[in-house]
Design a protein around this ligand. Structure first.
Ligand code: PLP
Ligand code: COI
Length: 349
């Protein structure tokens, strides 16, 4: 077999990409039928044809993931902790009574589809990345409310720029009057139904000039949970990183957030508090940020609720020092410019 050419790239203005979809050369697809996952395949067909009675279309049996492929300085194409996405998707699928996709096959499929689309992986230093979206849908017919018997696991990839338009310029959040998930519901899995719940408040927030919503705990509406598309982090005056925890299991366990906690402790020598965080206490914090695969770390300068406007002292004009350091260290690890903990970087080509 001939050596893969990692240097041939599509003619794209990588630096001006937004977070939007364009189809690439191949997607990956694998079907579940008769109680077993079949052999996966790469396909140039980016459309899915299914029955009008598919479980996806009626009872929202869908779960998904998001991760990215990067070009490192030495030209290697890598992705970040795909085993964590494989595990989270496994858990998400079990919660929605879908047959989990084997975790080793998930990682192999991610590698295969990125390898088939190397020309779409943005170059080192371009500011863009290849977003990888694995998802699983119920394709089998159901008319009564029950799990389907047939499914498709699929991965699409698409080159993207920043998710929050500010990039590293601080954005504003509004406190949502709606909840994105129920207490002890599905907020802690990555299912499309959670995002359907967040669309109305998200459109409303954008119309008012906010980048996203800050959702409070759905039981008491007094604790900070997360944003519509990212977890939230705070920094105390003494430099401690404060990470909100949910007592109603309604925060998505962000892989970026869990990685940043390790980065903060291991590389930056920061103290970290992981605990429920009252909304009433956040005016004591000096920095705030949103973190996630798409968001990376997006600094938050201001949070507005009906009766309160909170402006973070060290991060409302430009990104604050702790968020800046966390962001740079994470990006450096992903791009190969900083030592990475064992197993975080998965080489693809
Ligand atoms: N929270 C929500 C609601 C998200 O959609 C995402 C994005 O995946 C995250 C948090 C961040 O998770 P991760 O860091 O695993 O991408
Ligand atoms: C991600 O960060 O991968 C996500 O899925 C967030 C999504 C709202 C784009």
């Amino acid at each position: 077999m001939s050596e893969i050419d990692k240097t041939q790239k599509k003619d794209i203005d990588w630096g001006s990409l937004s977070f939007s979809y364009q189809h690439t050369d191949y997607s990956y697809a694998c079907d579940y039928k008769d109680g077993a996952w079949g052999v996966g395949r790469l396909t140039p067909d980016h459309n899915i044809v299914m029955s009008e009675c598919a479980g996806l279309l009626h009872y929202c049996q869908e779960v998904f993931e998001g991760l990215k492929a990067y070009t490192q300085k030495n030209g290697d194409i890598v992705c970040f902790r795909p085993d964590m996405n494989a595990k989270r998707m496994y858990d998400s699928a079990e919660r929605l009574c879908m047959p989990p996709f084997p975790q080793d096959r998930f990682v192999e499929a991610v590698k295969a589809v990125v390898k088939a689309n190397l020309a779409w992986v943005p170059p080192y230093g371009s500011g863009a990345t290849l977003y990888i979206r694995p998802f699983m849908i119920a394709t089998g017919d159901v008319i009564g409310v029950k799990p389907a018997l047939e499914y498709q696991f699929r991965i699409l990839v698409t080159p993207v720029g920043p998710y929050y338009k500010g990039g590293v310029t601080p954005v504003k959040l509004q406190v949502s009057k709606f909840d994105r998930a129920a207490p002890h519901g599905t907020g802690n899995i990555k299912a499309g139904l959670n995002y359907a719940m967040s669309l109305f408040p998200s459109v409303e927030a954008h119309a008012k000039g906010y980048a996203d919503n800050m959702f409070l705990d759905p039981q008491t509406r007094t604790y900070v949970e997360e944003a519509g598309g990212a977890n939230i982090l705070f920094v105390k005056d003494d430099g401690t990183l404060v990470v909100p925890q949910s007592f109603t299991d309604s925060i998505l366990p962000s892989i970026t957030r869990r990685s940043l906690v390790d980065v903060a402790q291991k590389y930056l020598g920061l103290k970290v508090e992981q605990r429920p965080v009252k909304f009433a206490e956040i005016d004591q914090f000096v920095e705030c940020g949103m973190c996630g695969t798409a968001a990376v770390i997006s600094p938050v300068g201001e949070v507005d609720s009906d009766d309160k406007k909170i402006v973070f002292r060290d991060g409302h004009v430009t990104v604050g020092p702790v968020m800046a350091k966390l962001r740079q260290t994470l990006v450096d690890i992903q791009q190969g410019d900083h030592e990475a903990p064992e197993g975080w970087i998965c080489k693809i080509a």
